[in-house]
Design a protein around this ligand. Sequence first.
Ligand SMILES: Cc1cc2nc3c(=O)[nH]c(=O)nc-3n(C[C@H](O)[C@H](O)[C@H](O)COP(=O)(O)OP(=O)(O)OC[C@H]3O[C@@H](n4cnc5c(N)ncnc54)[C@H](O)[C@@H]3O)c2cc1C
Length: 508
Amino acid sequence: MAITPSNSVARALVWFRRDLRVSDHPALARALREAGSVWCVFILDREILAGLPARDRRVAFIRASLADLDDQVAALAGRPGRHLIVRHAAAEDEIPRLAAELDVQAVYFHRDDDPAARARDARVYERLRADGRAMHGFKDHVLFERREILTGAGTPYGVFTPYKNAWLKALHARPELLGDCGSDIDGSALAEAPRGPWQAGAAVPALAEFGFETDPDGTPADAGLRPGTTGGEALLDEFVDRLDDYDDARDFPARPGPSHLGVHLRFGTLSLRRLVRLASQRVVGGSRGAQTWLSELVWRDFYHQVLFHHPHVVHQAYRADCNDLRWEQGPQADALFAAWCAGRTGYPLVDAGMRQLNASGYMHNRLRMVTASFLTKDLGLSWQRGEAYFARQLNDYELASNNGGWQWAASTGCDAQPWFRIFNPVTQSERFDPQGAFIRRWVPELAALQGKAIHAPWTARPGELEAAGVVLERDYPRPVVDHDLARARTLERFGARGSGAPTGVVAA
Ligand SMILES: Cc1cc2nc3c(=O)[nH]c(=O)nc-3n(C[C@H](O)[C@H](O)[C@H](O)COP(=O)(O)OP(=O)(O)OC[C@H]3O[C@@H](n4cnc5c(N)ncnc54)[C@H](O)[C@@H]3O)c2cc1C
């Protein structure tokens, strides 16, 4: 049965942000239910875009996803015409201005708990309120937000497993949370958009029209990066066939284990509820892969609530006793950082991960852990430097998960890796890329190396490097640090922080 508008609001504006789809879209569904005329807008926010390089994969992804969204909105409206409004402006000025131009009574949107987004939304709210307009926020980006999952004492969880158990229990108690709120909406209230400033009257501008460049070949660098709901659906279709194997395959970067759906969750081109529903159904059917994948989605909610309750993590360690850690600084540290960024540390698995990131904007989760551990515990550099680099490079960059992941690896975070647990980049390589297939793909200068030397070329037996045509320092660097010495320094660094000695020092 189609839900028809109740017309309790004559005119409404739906503000799309990180939710670039029309299906299962709570804010759009509610606006269409309540209003007689509904406009849809996306703001290419000058304040955010100004800080990005002229060629940015995520901006290209957003632009292409907007074109996809425009098609979806038109299909929902059920008639041709211009329906999506796209503006290049400061969102906090443009939303109140557009709301006044269209004379809407209310703006509908999905909440975003990144501290900067919350502050911006509060300012928009005040300006709309001053004009006599309402702003209605809905949950979409996570399954449980803010104070929905608390301990029995009413405090936020600081440990993942009990949080996950509480999360699963809450979902079990409220299965309706996974209901699709968009399959039966009537889009006839979608109104014709005012003419925009873009060439040929297009709804969505070309990249150049708002100051960005296309990729040299016009396509995103990563074959897995397919924009829009259309792209997300195609990726999901492929992934569901492998979901049951996720548990076995996910840790091996040379295997097609993970879903690559992070970027679609980041920009909301797929609905999180839909993915949780899919995983939950498979869990009921006994799939171990689905169970582990669902856990990963719970980690995502976990880090979002950490950020909400502890916004200090944006600039500081979650654990106050880690703020005085003495990370390496100065020209030598800068040179090591540059080698790490470029994928030239001399540790092949670390370099392969960094080169995958630089070339595609994606990095496999195992390698995010290995490279982050290497930066903080082998190079002794602050997690903030790595966090900022990932933030610039990752297609699926999310403040909450990136910060959580970095603080986990650096042992400064919430339910983090214990500080005395230090990944050995060579044994990680032997374990998770046993044949060196991933290394050979991303570090081609080592491709001809045989056997174990692929994991640690400086340990090659006489003749092995020559046979592979590799000269260390000429073709590939020697290790920039000695892992055993670096490990000892890290244990000292954390020990000096005065949080007590470990009961047992563990190698990973
Ligand atoms: C140092 C570091 C930085 C990270 N930065 C980010 C980031 O900026 N954005 C981001 O989405 N994830 C981040 N992660 C978590 C994880 O690595 C990625 O979510 C995952 O690799 C994305 O690939 P996928 O979509 O193929 O994941 P899949 O393995 O298919 O997982 C499905 C989804 O679950 C969520 N997820 C999986 N693992 C985690 C996790 N550990 N924490 C939170 N959510 C998770 C993601 O939304 C992911 O898309 C980071 C991890 C580390 C160690």
